[in-house]
Design a protein around this ligand. Structure first.
Ligand SMILES: Cc1cc2nc3c(=O)[nH]c(=O)nc-3n(C[C@H](O)[C@H](O)[C@H](O)COP(=O)(O)OP(=O)(O)OC[C@H]3O[C@@H](n4cnc5c(N)ncnc54)[C@H](O)[C@@H]3O)c2cc1C
Length: 432
């Protein structure tokens, strides 16, 4: 059994919340076993172009934390890994981990990319929201940590057809290892922090918005990738149907949220990130004219109201208080928004080049399964259930929660939450 001693905390999920919790614990001299399902840590924050409220480049803030996590002597990183079982009691848990083989030797790969260039397979790139293809050998994103390639077994020609092996031939460092095997391991830890983040509501279920049928209707997370310099368009925004530069953008807030038919809760950051995305679009091309449709603006953080005001004053954003009923499409594939103007109670129609849907944050689809494994409760919306007045405490002693796995929240709040969970877990394992 692995695990240095019981002054060890397992953190599940390597997004910004899990990273912050790990770094806080490690700095206190506590060992951390950081378990991440994907090939690289970073979570959703790595997919964002810039972040409100400062509009700093997201990866520029995240990258030093990724590197610190990788290098910290008190943190052991388990990527491509998932928790399969938990037994024992608070202060002395035994956790079973399943770790998928990477088929690339971590100590040899230098992320030179020669294998990627030669790999013949094209697969939807999940990191880029399937807006482009990646190869069967890949790294989630250029700055990804660990900076090692991974072979996607389901799509690799060697595993599917016993053919190819080109990556092995071109790798000068002989880093490819098709013989690697999936592993199971047991870790002994004193406490657990869950930081498994969120998924995005699929707006295809709202047929009236045309997402999936109309190419010029995209989600806000897709827009982050479309506008990012490292994204599929190299930062030059064009619309999907004809590759023309869009001049009229519309954002629709509360898609799938604050809606009793879907998710009654507020997704908490859409008012802010749609303003941010409109600002970035304007910075790319100040002929862009943006409207944001909202039910009411929830800009509750420090400086957030001023941020929205800046959106109006400096970026010519128009905020339309209106409930969108439907999106249609004209014969040029321009989306037409039919909405009720809440101020005048009139039904109106406006034409745009590109429509961006602020789809709500929803629980991870496997949250229920992980809750069962850990023996913790989920709430009415399927997020992990936190105690009312101690929000980082789960329903089980010794297991703590942080970030968007317990409710939608932005990055600053995820970081605060993570430090809170780390403090609670540290208190527990230090007490013995
Ligand atoms: C379009 C959009 C734009 C946004 N823009 C901003 C912004 O500008 N500013 C801002 O403050 N916030 C913004 N946000 C919110 C921001 O994305 C979140 O606050 C932040 O990413 C939450 O971090 P997290 O660590 O809780 O979750 P995540 O980023 O989701 O990370 C969770 C991690 O856990 C891993 N994981 C999941 N399940 C398991 C499992 N079973 N086992 C192991 N690992 C697992 C995942 O692979 C992932 O790496 C935006 C959100 C959206 C949708």
């Amino acid at each position: 059994m692995l695990g240095k001693n019981l002054k060890t905390v397992m953190v599940i999920g390597g997004g910004i919340a899990g990273i912050q919790a790990s770094l806080d614990l490690a700095e206190r001299g506590i060992n951390v076993e950081l378990v991440e399902k994907n090939a690289c840590i970073g979570g959703r924050m790595a997919q964002l172009d810039k972040t409100f409220p400062t509009n700093d480049c997201s990866i520029c803030i995240l990258a030093p934390k990724l590197a610190e996590c990788f290098r910290h002597p008190n943190i052991t990183l388990h990527t491509l890994s998932e928790v399969k079982n938990l037994s024992g009691q608070p202060g002395n848990f035994i956790v079973k981990i399943f770790k998928k083989a990477r088929y690339v030797k971590a100590e040899e790969c230098i992320n030179c990319g020669q294998c990627i260039e030669k790999c013949p397979m094209r697969v939807d790139d999940e990191f880029d929201m399937k807006l482009r293809k990646r190869r069967a050998i890949y790294i989630d994103y250029v700055q990804g940590v660990p900076s090692i390639m991974t072979i996607d077994k389901e799509n690799c020609l060697f595993f599917t057809k016993n053919a190819c092996r080109i990556c092995e031939k071109v790798c000068e460092r002989e880093a490819i290892d098709f013989d690697q095997k999936d592993e199971e391991m047991e870790l002994n830890v004193g406490s657990v922090i869950v930081a498994t983040g969120y998924d995005i509501f699929n707006p295809k279920t709202l047929d009236s918005l045309g997402y999936g049928r109309y190419p010029n209707v995209v989600t806000a997370l897709e827009f982050e990738r479309l506008i990012s310099a490292s994204g599929p368009l190299g930062g030059h925004l064009t619309r999907p149907s004809d590759k023309n530069e869009p001049k009229k953008l519309a954002f629709i807030n509360c898609v799938g949220s604050r809606d009793i038919k879907n998710n009654p809760y507020c997704s908490s950051c859409c008012c802010m990130y749609t303003t941010k995305e409109a600002m970035i679009a304007y910075e790319h091309d100040n002929e862009i004219d943006t409207s944001i449709f909202y039910i009411d603006l929830r800009a509750a953080g420090k400086g957030f109201r001023e941020y929205i005001q800046r959106g109006c004053d400096e970026y010519a954003i128009k905020y339309i208080k209106g409930k969108v009923a439907k999106i249609l499409e004209d014969d040029q594939r321009n989306p037409l928004i039919i909405y009720e103007d809440i101020n005048t109670s009139q039904v109106k129609q406006l034409k745009f080049d590109l429509v961006i849907l602020a789809s709500t944050m929803i629980p991870k689809k496997d949250a229920g399964e992980l809750a069962k494994i850990l023996g913790i409760k989920i709430n009415d919306f399927n997020f992990f259930k936190a105690e009312s007045y101690q929000p980082q405490k789960s329903s089980k002693e010794g297991i703590f929660l942080c970030g968007t796995c317990r409710e939608p929240m932005d990055i600053p709040n995820s970081v605060i939450d993570a430090s809170g969970a780390a403090a609670k877990a540290a208190e527990m394992v230090m007490r013995g």
